[in-house]
Ligand binder design. Structure first.
Ligand code: KIV
Ligand code: ZN
Length: 504
């Protein structure tokens, strides 16, 4: 059975999702999880785009052993040099060069004619090939590219040394029928096509990224580019969990396989969702909270009698299981450390000590500590954003028919500051008090509060999006006290914006 290569671009295209940026430590954590998931290729970043991306690709290239580590580059020498330098240490490396080929992009964005584009593409692939054997080329906006020109480009880049040719549906314009036809047309008409793997890269603007990727596979594509939870530019990309589970569940139809360890899907999805602060809708295919819940009596009865009546996949096959009760007040440091390692966290000594203290505080407030609780408190612990401002105390008074009031005490550089404010609601009052001290002018764009696990004593997790001038920052925090979680999330957002300002 033919294998379809799973090329994960969560750390590159996925990270282009609005507000989804990760710090270095988080990117490395994601790369380790992708390795456990057993994807074939990790597109670790776009090294020329920022020092952080360069460093992330470089670190991932030296730490991750099994998958191919890929770096993105425009068809420019300086981009290719950065891609090469950052991936040099990888056991298996790939440079991914892209250049737009559609009429719209060539005319308005690049202001170049077809022959100039063809030459730039060939020169870039030849230049990259001198450094690395494994070269991917993407004619950006391929699905809106003139087919005769697309044939010319694909043939020329393969001659120049490209070993994978990706056919991006950059703007999510394709339909399964026409995208599948493009793939077939290339396979039937490009003379040297058997020297390269044809890849798909579909965006979800019309909600067809999964269907388009699979239509391409039916027509001969053997690599799918995708992201965990389908995150990415605008409406996102093809969700890895969907394409992989469609191929696995409908092996009878697709007649191909992937190497993905599907039991790692749920964990991967939760990790990305937590780190990026992007919640999944409950009815999201494969990994949504309701993906395996049966509500109607008829369905429940059917599943009890025979699971396959209403379940086409087993929840355990995607790693979907009830959040397990893991630890409590009497759990020791060793058990705590082991459980964290099982959840994919590798903390140094100081982080472990701080995390253990937080866990103990939580275990004293809350009898049962679940995996999700641990994740929530630990992710706060391993952030690379320095705690420039730190919450010391918060008091909120809220009474029917009276304006709520918040008193906030926060610390910075050893100095303690206190302020009081009233607001439209208790959270508003609290944010106004913080603004007074920090002199920040954050505008709250969104605020979401969710309980991390079950029960009245559950941790409340607050995820907020705040706009500071023209930057949007996503931040979160959790606590059994929702006002404390709200205040901490806001302070985290302020710290993030101050830290990124300093980095510049
Ligand atoms: O969507 C797109 O065209 C891309 C390319 C860089 C492959 O992300
Ligand atoms: Zn893309």
């Amino acid at each position: 059975m033919d294998k379809v290569i799973i090329f994960d671009t969560t750390l590159r295209d996925g990270e282009q999702a609005p507000g989804a940026s990760l710090d270095l430590r988080q990117k490395i954590q994601v790369a380790h999880q992708l390795e456990r998931l057993n994807v074939d290729v990790i597109e670790a970043g776009f090294p020329i785009s920022s020092d952080l991306d360069f460093k992330a690709v470089k670190t991932i290239a030296s730490e991750i052993k099994k998958p191919i580590i890929c770096a993105l580059a425009r068809a420019k020498k300086e981009d290719i040099d950065a891609a090469y330098k950052s991936t040099r240490r990888a056991k298996r490396k790939r440079i991914h060069v892209f250049l737009a080929t559609s009429k719209i992009h060539m005319q308005y964005k690049l202001k170049k004619a077809q022959d100039e584009i063809l030459k730039l593409a060939v020169d870039a692939v030849k230049y990259a090939k001198r450094k690395v054997a494994d070269i991917e080329f993407s004619p950006e906006d391929a699905s809106r590219t003139d087919l005769e020109f697309l044939i010319q480009v694909v043939e020329a880049v393969i001659d120049a040394g490209a070993t994978t040719v990706n056919i991006p549906d950059t703007v999510g314009y394709a339909t399964p029928e026409d995208y599948g036809k493009v793939i077939k047309f290339l396979l039937d008409n490009v003379p040297n096509i058997n020297k390269a793997v044809i890849s798909t890269h579909c965006h979800d603007d019309l909600g067809m990224a999964t269907a388009n990727s699979l239509a391409a596979v039916v027509n001969g594509a053997r690599q799918i580019e995708c992201t965990i939870n389908g995150i990415g530019e605008r409406a996102g990309s093809a969700p890895l969990e969907e394409v992989v589970m469609a191929i696995k569940t409908r092996r009878d139809f697709y007649k191909v396989k992937t190497s993905v360890k599907t039991r790692e899907l749920y964990k991967s999805s939760r990790l990305i969702s937590h780190l990026m602060g992007i919640k999944m809708q409950p009815n999201k295919a494969i990994i949504g909270d309701n993906a395996f819940s049966h509500e109607s009596g008829i369905h429940q009865d059917g599943v009890i009698k025979e699971r396959s009546t209403y379940e086409i996949m087993k929840p355990e096959d995607v790693g979907f299981k009830e959040s397990k009760l893991v630890l409590g007040r009497h759990s020791g440091r060793h058990a705590f450390k082991v459980r964290l390692q099982q959840l994919g966290f590798d903390l140094d000594k100081t982080e472990l000590q701080d995390a253990f203290e937080k866990f103990m505080q939580l275990a004293n407030k809350k009898k049962e500590v679940y995996d999700e609780d641990l994740r929530s408190i630990i992710e706060g612990e391993i952030t690379q954003t320095p705690q420039i401002w730190q919450l010391l105390n918060i008091k909120v008074v809220s009474e029917t028919d009276k304006a709520p009031m918040a008193n906030v005490k926060i610390k910075s550089k050893g100095k303690i500051y206190e302020a009081q404010a009233t607001g439209d609601g208790p959270v508003d009052a609290c944010y106004k008090a913080i603004d007074q001290i920090v002199k920040s002018k954050g505008k709250l764009i969104s605020y979401a509060l969710e309980s991390v696990t079950r029960g009245k004593d559950a941790l409340g997790e607050v995820v907020i999006k705040v706009r500071f001038k023209n930057r949007e920052i996503v931040a979160k925090s959790s606590s059994t006290d929702i006002f404390e979680a709200s205040a901490k999330a806001y302070i985290n957002a302020i710290n993030k914006v101050l830290f990124s300002g300093k980095k510049k």
